[in-house]
Ligand binder design. Structure first.
Ligand SMILES: Cc1ncc(C[n+]2csc(CCOP(=O)(O)OP(=O)(O)O)c2C)c(N)n1
Ligand SMILES: [Mg+2]
Length: 355
């Protein structure tokens, strides 16, 4: 029987995540929509954008250029294909240990990381392969790492959950929940210290800390929000809210489920975004990364997303409601971006197929 704590509460009682915080100084227009499957229309850039195109008397504003669109598409397809290959190798007994895949959540990695500079840093969870790819670590070095080879990006000693690259400022995948948050906060402190104390004027580096909804119930999250806001650190805290922490529904585990609301409590903006739409994620990411780079301090962004596979490849994924899974499968972010690119004449089927 369904109880107040039953995960099926998700389907029965929409959870009002799809609004931005009242205290949000970011100028991101929003309209409310149902929780299960955000349907908010893409936000148009201001009419001063250089992407304005005249079509008759109508001004059509495109969210991205062709080059940007293809870059986003390529990155998402690379992430998806890489991970599908991992699953195949795992089930063929060619890969061992815990392997956590990111299928379905690619918008978060692509939408944020493709806006970064090489010197900017990221800190991730154990679900880290796709972020490592977005940050530019070669697929071969990551796959070798997963196979424990000396040619891996950590000489085969880190494995799936601990992808690291100094050269790419990938500070690591971290197996303990919330562990990447203080590491990212420390990296952001370093940038600020270099700029303000060591007078390295060109040090405007930004750090992104990615973590799950489950990590928002961990003390380190709160401690780091406090420090980052207090010291105005150049960091963006990115919650990848895929609604589940292994088999624990976010609603069952969290007293105030909309995590973005916790930002203003610490004096920083909190923003919720549809994490199945890479263009919306990118827009919010642009604002938040820009704020950090300009020295205006941290932002908390909650991306409402979904993982298309079990928690790890060892998880038979029997707990989640098939209707919930089907609902999100129908919102596949790669299919959605493909449609956007074709509908807006930014790419042809052939262009996309070539990728
Ligand atoms: C400190 C700590 N406690 C418990 C665990 C066991 N654990 C591994 S994954 C996980 C769920 C995390 O869920 P979430 O943060 O939502 O990330 P997701 O896997 O959904 O991306 C838990 C509890 C852990 N790794 N670290
Ligand atoms: Mg989760």
């Amino acid at each position: 029987m369904a109880t107040a704590f039953s995960p099926s509460k998700f389907a029965a009682q929409p959870f009002p995540l799809n609004t931005t915080s009242q205290n949000n100084p970011l100028t991101i227009p929003t309209t409310a929509s149902a929780f299960l499957g955000s349907t908010r229309k893409p936000i148009l850039l201001s009419s001063s954008s250089n992407l304005n195109l005249r079509r008759g008397s109508l001004t059509v504003v495109k969210l991205i250029t062709k080059e940007e669109g293809l870059e986003l598409y390529e990155d998402m397809v690379l992430g998806r294909a890489f991970e599908d290959k991992c699953a195949q190798m795992y089930y063929d007994s060619k890969m061992f240990g815990f392997v956590h895949l990111y299928n379905g959540q690619e918008t978060v990695s692509t939408g944020f990381i493709k806006l970064l500079k090489q010197q900017d840093s990221i800190a991730c969870t154990y679900r880290d392969h796709v972020q490592a790819l977005s940050k530019g670590i070669p697929a071969r070095a990551i796959l070798s790492e997963l196979l424990g080879k000396a040619t891996g990006c950590c000489r085969g000693q880190g494995g799936s959950m601990h992808i690291f690259s100094r050269e790419h400022n990938m500070l690591g995948g971290f197996a303990f929940i919330g562990e990447g948050i203080p590491i990212g906060t420390g990296a952001a402190f370093t940038s600020k210290y270099k700029r303000e104390v060591l007078k390295e004027a060109d040090c405007d580096h930004v750090t992104l800390a990615f973590f799950g909804d489950g990590a928002c119930n961990n003390g380190q999250f709160y401690e780091c929000l406090n420090m980052a806001a207090l010291w105005k650190l150049p960091i963006v805290f990115v919650v990848e809210n895929n609604l589940w922490a292994i088999g624990m529904s976010h609603l069952r585990a969290t007293s105030v489920p909309p995590s973005y609301k916790k930002g203003p409590a610490f004096g920083m903006p909190g923003v919720h975004v549809d994490g199945m739409d890479v263009l919306k994620v990118r827009e919010v990411a642009k604002e938040a990364i820009g704020r950090a780079r300009r020295g205006e301090g941290p932002t908390l962004v909650e991306c409402e997303t979904y993982r298309f596979r079990g928690h790890s490849l060892a998880d038979p994924d029997k707990l989640r409601d098939p209707a919930e899974k089907a609902h999100y499968a129908a919102r596949d972010p790669i299919t959605a971006l493909k449609k956007y690119l074709i509908d807006n004449s930014l790419a042809s089927e052939a262009d996309l197929k070539a990728i």
